[in-house]
Design a protein around this ligand. Structure first.
Ligand SMILES: [Zn+2]
Length: 194
């Protein structure tokens, strides 16, 4: 009798010992909360991805519009006067208004880049060589303007040219052979020439 009671007591003890971790786990893990949390985190991830995609699309659209603006035929002609001034080291009387127009337009773009309306690095990546060539004509134009106005009207462009002067990229335009170093392709060996 005493032995039966002892075995029964031992059995109850073992049963309660085996069941206790399961009961604790059931109390520790609140599965509805875990599932709700997982759903909320997934929704947050999707929202963040959509937000980042929207930002990138906006940046791309702004950059495309800026490119169209800068590649306008009239502005290309104005830019040519800037490069002419860079080559000759002076701005001719006839070219001065065109040079001013080119600088004013690029200053507008530089201002947009400063405000974050258009990606500054993308502008630098696309225009760093052209911007570097603007330094000398820029200083010439400022010196001439100083006769009438003693302030720099193109501060943002000034900063953008300065950034272009130290801009580093591994793209072929900077690290590859220059055009004069490229192997000359004769018309006879050119594909498509019959
Ligand atoms: Zn380059």
């Amino acid at each position: 009798m005493g032995r039966d009671v002892a075995e029964a007591t031992l059995g109850e003890s073992c049963a309660s010992f085996d069941d206790s971790p399961q009961l604790e786990a059931e109390h520790l893990v609140d599965w509805p909360t875990v599932i709700n949390l997982a759903i909320a985190l997934t929704a947050l991830g999707i929202s963040l991805a959509a937000f980042r995609s929207g930002i990138r699309q906006q940046r791309s659209a702004a950059f495309t519009r800026t490119q169209e603006f800068l590649l306008d035929a009239d502005l290309q002609a104005a830019r040519a006067t800037v490069y002419r001034a860079e080559i000759h080291g002076t701005i001719s009387e006839n070219d001065f208004s065109q040079v001013m127009r080119a600088f004013a337009t690029f200053d507008t773009v530089a201002g947009m880049a400063r405000r974050g309306a258009v990606n500054r690095n993308w502008i630098l990546d696309e225009w760093h060589h052209q911007l570097r060539r603007m330094r000398k004509p820029f200083e010439l134009a400022l010196a001439r303007r100083a006769q009438w106005h003693d302030f720099n009207p193109w501060c943002d462009l000034d900063d953008l040219i300065r950034d272009a002067e130290i801009y580093a990229t591994s793209r072929p335009c900077c690290v590859g052979p220059t055009l004069s170093e490229r192997r000359t392709v004769t018309p006879a060996s050119s594909p498509g020439v019959v």
